[in-house]
Design a protein around this ligand. Structure first.
Ligand SMILES: Cc1ncc(COP(=O)(O)O)c(C=O)c1O
Length: 385
């Protein structure tokens, strides 16, 4: 039914494989107690709600959120970022963001620029792939409503200095929103300590959970207007969405199976994060060295000079060969899965000079082996030879 066993180096798109025991445990729970959480006073519904609340608590703990922080589930990071951006911004607002952002941030902001006339400033990244906090500071204005930063670039892997940016935002009284789609589950995140007011995450990447999961963690003083309306299981006579969280931002029946799967995978990730991180660092360095050593010199790596401050993501191009062709050869001849193209981050590629065809991205995960990396290096040497 499925293709041959492959070497999977597209973990930045979604992690694979997933820890099977987590999904099995979630399925067991779901089969035992699959009532709709928060939608009934009978025991099973109350128990289902308690299980969902336990996952909210785990998420707040994992990300170092302040006491009283709100955790709201969403379908993925895109859904969470839309909820946040549409719920926060109004006509006349100004936003400072970066040229490292994913379309999940760029497009909602572009939409509001067009529909509400908000102002948006995209701060550039330096040659090593980092946004300098001073450059963010220089863009802040009295009407700046929020700063939105991609914690770790899904193209370059560079981890941004969020704590320093948070200190600047705190001093200026401006909320800091972080897109932690790539970083959540891969590296520690300390929301309260770093001054992050809103965090968007997705469940299916380094958190190793199922697709269809993600959400927002909001500091207690960051209020959002709802942008979707409907059943909440409480306050049904109210003609409007209830003010209370999470109901304010969660309309409709929740993804119980997905949330339970995410809860299980968070336990798994939290227990192993340090070990996974160390091995991913070692293998990322091996890949970088291996690609650099390809004798033809036709492989060009992007922003790979500070690899210690990267997630396990390596992006390159091969002189004279379209990136899509490199990806097709890796897949067809070597059974290696990578992501080519623009990676939903058009401004990054515009600045790298790789738009519109893009580049070749290798992204490692906790189950990547040294043999996978060596096979990728050999394949790239053959392609670029
Ligand atoms: C930096 C970044 N932001 C947002 C997203 C969107 O995540 P999702 O597809 O889970 O909505 C991604 C996924 O590729 C990403 O890498």
């Amino acid at each position: 039914m499925f293709s041959q066993p492959m070497i999977y180096l597209d973990n930045a798109a979604t992690s694979f494989p997933k820890p099977a025991e987590c999904l099995r445990r979630a399925l067991d729970l779901y089969l035992t107690c699959g009532a709709s959480p928060g939608r009934g006073g009978y025991d099973r519904a109350v128990e289902a709600e308690a299980m969902v609340q336990a996952v909210r608590d785990k998420i707040a703990g994992l990300f170092g959120a302040a006491r009283g922080a709100r955790v709201c589930f969403a379908a993925n990071a895109t859904d969470a970022l839309n909820t946040l951006i549409l719920g926060l911004l109004e006509t006349g607002d100004h936003v400072v963001t970066t040229r490292l952002e994913h379309n999940s941030v760029l497009r909602p902001l572009n939409h509001l620029q067009q529909s509400l006339g908000i102002g948006v400033e995209h701060v550039p990244f330096n040659k090593s792939g980092f946004v300098e906090p001073d450059r963010i500071d220089a863009c802040l204005r009295p009407e700046t409503r929020v700063v939105i930063v991609n914690h770790a670039s899904n193209v370059l892997g560079t981890v941004q200095p969020v704590a320093a940016i948070g200190a600047i935002c705190k001093a200026r009284g401006i909320p800091l929103v972080v897109d932690a789609s790539q970083s959540a589950g891969c590296i520690p995140i300390l929301m309260e300590q770093w001054g992050i007011t809103g965090l968007a995450f997705t469940g299916h990447k380094s958190l190793l959970g199922p697709t269809g999961t993600g959400g927002l963690v909001l500091a207690p003083d960051l209020d959002l207007a709802p942008s979707r309306f409907g059943g909440s299981g409480v306050d049904s006579m109210n003609p409007f969405q209830p003010d209370e969280y999470p109901f304010r931002l969660e309309a409709g029946t929740s993804n119980l199976l997905g949330i339970l799967g995410l809860g299980e995978s968070i336990d798994f990730v939290a227990a192993h994060m340090e070990r996974f991180r160390e091995e991913e660092r070692r293998l990322t360095a091996r890949l970088v060295e291996g690609l650099r050593a390809v004798p033809s010199g036709r492989i060009h790596l992007f922003a790979a000079d500070a690899i210690g401050r990267h997630l396990p993501v390596v992006t390159c191009r091969v002189d004279g060969i379209a990136s899509s062709d490199v990806g097709a050869i890796l897949d067809g001849d070597f059974e290696i899965a990578v992501r080519t193209g623009l990676h939903c981050a058009p401004l990054v590629h515009a600045d790298l000079g790789t738009a519109p065809s893009g580049a070749v991205r290798f992204s490692l995960g906790p189950f990547t082996t040294e043999a996978d990396i060596d096979a990728a290096i050999r394949a790239m040497a053959a392609i670029a030879g």
